[in-house]
Design a protein around this ligand. Structure first.
Ligand SMILES: NC(=O)c1ccc[n+]([C@@H]2O[C@H](COP(=O)([O-])OP(=O)(O)OC[C@H]3O[C@@H](n4cnc5c(N)ncnc54)[C@H](OP(=O)(O)O)[C@@H]3O)[C@@H](O)[C@H]2O)c1
Length: 256
């Protein structure tokens, strides 16, 4: 498959989990990938794993915190210097430092959550837009969450930032068209480190009621991220694609 042949993709949070699976899928589809994350050792391991698979596209890594706009700018500058273009941006990095009721939320953790998940998304899009997409076009894929569409007793504030991502996806689709397309993916529970505490001890219970009877894998999300970045989705913008094994399709009163 070469639907992304020669394209250049920046993926925040690209060193493991969903971001790394997207990087593998993009390379397999012919793209060059630039991975951004906070820890150099994780990036080095991800790079080695990617380069162990034969593919025409290059791999570049940049240490960058998704919540720091100057680091977003440096990553985009490095991408432009190395590859001369930036066609695809995947806003995948997120943080979730607060579990509990909204009413008890403290300002430092609220600010960190907004800074990475919500303002960070906008900052990276602005850098990519100004550096390349405003002139040459491109596709943005924002990794939101089904949490942005439902009420949850534990992670309401994180979910509020995901809801904001979904809304900003529509707003930016309006503002950046026709040059750039902006879409989002809302994953359900995916078996990654981030969600290990949720799925590891309860997997049989969690899957029993899901219409598709299994939890998600990073690859389930990656396949959709290839579609939304490719010309196969060239008339789709402002949308959020739910990938949840059918969790949101359950009747009221049946918990997933
Ligand atoms: N797993 C799920 O069930 C699930 C469900 C719905 C939505 N999502 C969303 O999917 C996305 C990826 O989650 P995941 O499950 O793949 O998580 P993960 O396995 O924990 O991986 C997170 C990645 O993001 C990087 N990262 C974390 N904070 C960062 C920051 N401030 N700046 C830059 N990079 C950062 C991590 O590397 P460093 O630690 O080195 O920075 C790592 O590469 C997130 O947006 C998450 O909200 C996940």
């Amino acid at each position: 498959m070469t639907v992304l042949k020669g394209r250049v993709a920046v993926i925040t949070g690209g060193s493991r989990g969903i971001g790394l699976a997207i990087a593998h899928a993009y390379r397999a589809a012919g793209a060059h990938v630039v991975l951004a994350a906070r820890k150099a050792d994780g990036l080095a391991a991800a790079r080695a794993a990617l380069e162990a698979v034969e593919a025409p596209g290059g791999v570049h890594t940049v240490v960058a915190n998704a919540g720091e706009p100057d680091q977003a700018q440096s990553c985009v500058d490095e991408t432009m210097a190395r590859f001369g273009r930036l066609d695809i941006l995947v806003n995948n990095a997120a943080t979730n430092p607060y579990h509990g009721d909204l009413i008890d939320l403290d300002l430092p953790r609220a600010e960190k959550t907004v800074r990475v998940n919500q303002y960070g998304m906008l900052a990276w899009i602005r850098c990519a837009w100004k550096a390349s997409m405003a002139e040459h076009g491109g596709a943005v894929v924002n990794i939101a969450s089904v949490g942005g569409l439902i009420v949850d007793p534990h992670i309401g504030y994180y979910n509020a930032t995901k809801a904001a991502m979904i809304h900003m996806t529509r707003q930016l689709a309006y503002e950046l068209g026709p040059k750039a397309r902006v879409n989002a993916i809302a994953p359900g529970l995916i078996k990654t480190e981030l969600a290990r505490a949720v799925w590891e001890v309860r997997e049989p219970i969690l899957t029993a009621k899901l219409p598709l009877r299994r939890l998600g894998t990073p690859e389930d999300v990656a396949h959709a991220a290839v579609f939304l970045a490719s010309d196969a989705s060239s008339w789709i913008t402002g949308q959020t694609l739910v990938i949840d094994g059918g969790a949101l399709a359950l009747p009221i009163g049946v918990e997933s």
